[in-house]
Design a protein around this ligand. Sequence first.
Ligand code: NAP
Ligand code: ZN
Ligand code: ZN
Length: 348
Amino acid sequence: MRTVNAYAATSATAPLAPTTITRRDVGPHDVAIDIHFAGICHSDIHTVRAEWGQPNYPVVPGHEIAGVVSAVGSEVTKFAAGDRVGVGCFVDSCRECEFCRAGLEQFCERGMVGTYNAVDRDGQPTYGGYSGAIVVDENYVLRIPDALPLDAAAPLLCAGITTYSPLRHWNAGPGKQVAVIGLGGLGHVAVKLARALGAEVTVLSQSLKKMEDGLRLGAGHYYATSDRDTFKKLRNRFDLMLNTVSAPVDLAALANLLKVDGTLVLLGMPDKPLELPAGALIRGRRSVSGSLIGGIAETQEMLDFCAEHGVLPEIEVITPDYINEAYDRVVASDVRYRFVIDTASLRG
Ligand code: NAP
Ligand code: ZN
Ligand code: ZN
């Protein structure tokens, strides 16, 4: 076992603070990774603030991990020391069920092992990327293409795959009208990916404050959800809508913007249930669905796609002592567009 520096939350209200954790010895199938960068996802905040139920404190969040391999186990074939790698939202799964075999490990019947706030297959708690190093089975490690800088690549491991997977699943591409609701961490990557896939993209944000950014990121249209006219103008417009809002939204108003057979995909997971009148779906054979991150193979495909198409998250790199302020800014929708922690001071 090895002791590693980390930042942890010890309760729903205490600020995250420096601590140490242990990482297991490198087993035959393991990859030891020096973490260089970790993105701050809104899910980290929901988790540590107990908005999704009581987590197991201490929580070391972080599931947008980018780093460099420092050592590999004797049986590892996919990676070698010095490789640039990433780790996303899970670090293991049963590998045997229908969904694991289909590359949909996020829906593993026995439950994927979350990168943090979960129990690993050896019975030990998992700790995430706000730390100096991590040890992960090689089958749950991603390769970061050379064209992607490690700091900007980090958010792709969650925000990237969470938006890429539904865009692909619901066939976003040329001739398709795609709406992205909420221009935060997920939303801004969704705009870039949908555009790179060839779709016509519309941003629906609370206000027009970030309009210039939205258009620069690749949106063709930008509307404020605070303006009720928006919901008249855009009625029956979209084939696909991705809701990335972290707070409750007016589902009926949004669903009315779908074309016949259009789909509204829920990605944001607020702590309160949403209301959905049946008529909003019935009139238009519309669907409301959900999507959870993506499997390992699709995550690699997404990283390669981003390298090929020059899709890079827009980031603000911070030091670990700024994490608590960054959390408050994310909650206030004051993030442009992903905070990424430089973990240099935690390595050693
Ligand atoms: P984020 O950076 O905070 O972005 C969320 C955006 O939602 C904000 O930038 C803001 O955009 C909008 N928003 C926030 N509060 C709002 C409010 N009260 N009313 C209306 N709009 C509001 O968060 P994120 O990291 O992108 O994550 C977004 C959500 O997705 C979170 O709930 C997170 O847990 C969830 N998530 C789900 C998955 C999955 O697999 N399904 C994966 C990762 C994250 P505007 O300012 O443009 O309105
Ligand atoms: Zn996330
Ligand atoms: Zn499984």
